[in-house]
Each structure stands twice: as C-alpha cells, then as structure tokens.
Design a binder for this molecule. Structure first.
Ligand SMILES: [Zn+2]
Length: 313
C-alpha cells in the first residue's frame, strides 16, 4: 500500500476544491461560474477557494488545514444578491488580545457588476462612530457609510478596522487573511430560514473601528486587459495577469492563481498539466520550481510575501 505524505503533496502545484457557503444574501443559480451549481436549495453567498476546510482536488482526504504552519490566505468568490451586513474586522494585535487568532485585512476585485452596484467603505466624511452606533441600533447603519459605484476591474483595499458593506448585484473575488473574525454592526433586522436574527457585535466592532482606515478604491492606472499590480500589503500582493501564448510566474514564493475567464492550463516543472477552471484556485508552493501557464488567460495572481510563506515556521 502506498502511503501519501501530505508534505510531499504540498510541494507541487495543486488545484483546490471550492467549498460553497450558504448565506441569506446569496443566489441560487451559480451556473455562469460553476456549471454544476444550477438550482441550490439554499442561496449560496460565497465560494471559498482556499479555506482551511477546502480539500485538494486530487486528494480529497487532504485539506488546506494540513498545510505546514497553516495556510495563510483565504480567497473567495462572493455572489451578493442582496446587501451584506455592515461589518468590521480586528487587526492581528486586537484578535490576539481577544484570544481569537488572526486579524483580517482583505481586498476585493470586482469581477462583474450590474449598473449602479455599490460598495461602502469607511464612514461618510464628517460622520462619527457615535452617530454610527445610534444608526446601527436603529438598523440604519449602512446609510452612514461612504458608498461609491463600482465596475468590473475595480480594486478595493479593506485593511483591518475599516467599516464596510457590500451592496447587491456584483461578483467579487476577495483575498484576505485566513480568519473568520467579523464583528457585525448592523444586519438590517434580517432573519434566517428559521426566523432567527443573526448575532450583532456592536460594542466589539466599534472598539476596533477606524472611521477612515486608509483603504478604499485603488487607483491602479491599469486599463482593462492590462497586467499589473492591484494592491500590496503585509499579507498579500495581488496582480491581474493577462497572457497570450505563455506566462511563467517567478518561482520561489507561495502563490495562488485564480482564473477570471475560462479555464487555465498550468504545466508544472514535472508531470501532467493541471487544468484550472474559472473561479477555482491553484496553489503554487514555493518549492514547485518553474511553472508555465499556457494558451490565453486572465487570472488573479496572489503572492504571499515574507514571512507568511515560511512553511512550518
Ligand atoms: Zn469583510
């Protein structure tokens, strides 16, 4: 009997199986992104591409939770059919002080947006946290956010401490620290399928919130169809990569590739090519050696900067 060593499996590029998470504000028809998900019994809000619970496509017995030292980034596709709650995330120090692990800095790349789709980031100018607290108690917190329209190709940075909400009618690819630490400030009195209100965390959230946290819409200077940097921070560096013919990411760092159009063919240093469908993630470990993306493609290329990619450290 051959016993597979998970550490050896993590040394080569591998495709990850998404996990589909039901949400009140989600959608029942994901066929444009995942052809096998046409008629869901519950609305699906999020497809988690690299969560701890996601398993390796070719080795369903192995999950990313077994990545040595913990897999640093959670990436998702979000499908808001209704607006999300107003929320805020702690930073690493605040999460550690509360005994809840890591903080959460995130970014959104707008993959598709209906006309008029909006994101809310930070408080509107001149608004105070005291005003937000009162508004959230009345279920009107979203009205005090700084809302702006978005279109496909836009990038928004959401550092920990940013008060934010996602509007309806768009598809986002989200890159964030591997953390589920969310303080929900206002959920507009919505009830789940059992008639329950979701828990709010107004006091904890206001304690970590910064009215203007330094994120928001990024001026990338990129025209559509152009490769280049979208956003970089201590936790991730996200680039849009467009190629015709072949593209070879530089080796030696932990990287993720998430196709944004069609399927991508990845030829590893050794062995068979990997086919990576739209809205799925392939992990390219630092030990993988040179890889080549063949044909034509558009993908988000996410690089984990030092020191997060020190495996097992
Ligand atoms: Zn968030």
């Amino acid at each position: 009997m051959v016993v597979l060593d998970p550490h050896r499996l993590f040394e080569r590029p591998f495709r990850v199986a998404p996990y589909f998470s039901p949400r009140l504000w989600g959608t029942r028809d994901l066929r444009a992104w995942y052809p096998e998900h046409g008629t869901e019994s519950e609305p699906i809000g999020e497809a988690w591409l690299t969560a701890d619970r996601c398993h390796l496509w070719q080795h369903p017995d192995l999950t990313l939770a077994q990545w040595p030292g913990g897999f640093p980034l959670l990436t998702k596709f979000l499908f808001p059919h209704d607006k999300l709650s107003v929320q805020v995330h702690p930073n690493d120090a605040q999460a550690a002080a509360a005994g809840i692990g890591r903080g959460k800095t995130e970014m959104w790349y707008v993959v598709a947006a209906d006309p008029g789709a909006q994101l809310g980031v930070d408080l509107a100018p001149g608004t105070t946290l005291e005003q937000l607290e009162k508004a959230c108690e009345a279920g009107a917190g979203a009205e005090l956010l700084n809302w702006f329209p978005v279109q496909a190709g836009d990038t928004v940075f959401v550092p920990a401490g940013t008060i934010h909400a996602i509007g309806a009618g768009m598809v986002l690819c989200e890159v964030q620290q591997q953390s589920d630490n969310t303080y929900r400030l206002d959920d507009f009195g919505r009830r789940d399928s059992q008639g329950r209100l979701r828990e709010l965390h107004l006091k904890q959230g206001l304690a970590v919130a910064r009215p203007q946290a330094g994120g928001g819409l990024q001026k990338t200077g990129l025209s559509s169809g152009e490769s280049g940097l979208l956003v970089a921070c201590a936790y991730f560096r996200v680039e849009r990569r467009v190629w015709h013919g072949a593209y070879r990411p530089s080796a030696g760092r932990l990287r993720l590739l998430i196709p944004l159009q069609g399927e991508v063919r990845l030829q590893p240093a050794e062995g068979e090519p990997l086919m990576v469908p739209l809205a799925h993630a392939v992990v390219i470990p630092p030990t993988a050696g040179p890889v080549e993306l063949q044909g034509t493609g558009v993908a988000l290329e996410v690089t984990v900067p030092d020191p997060c990619d020190r495996r097992g450290a």
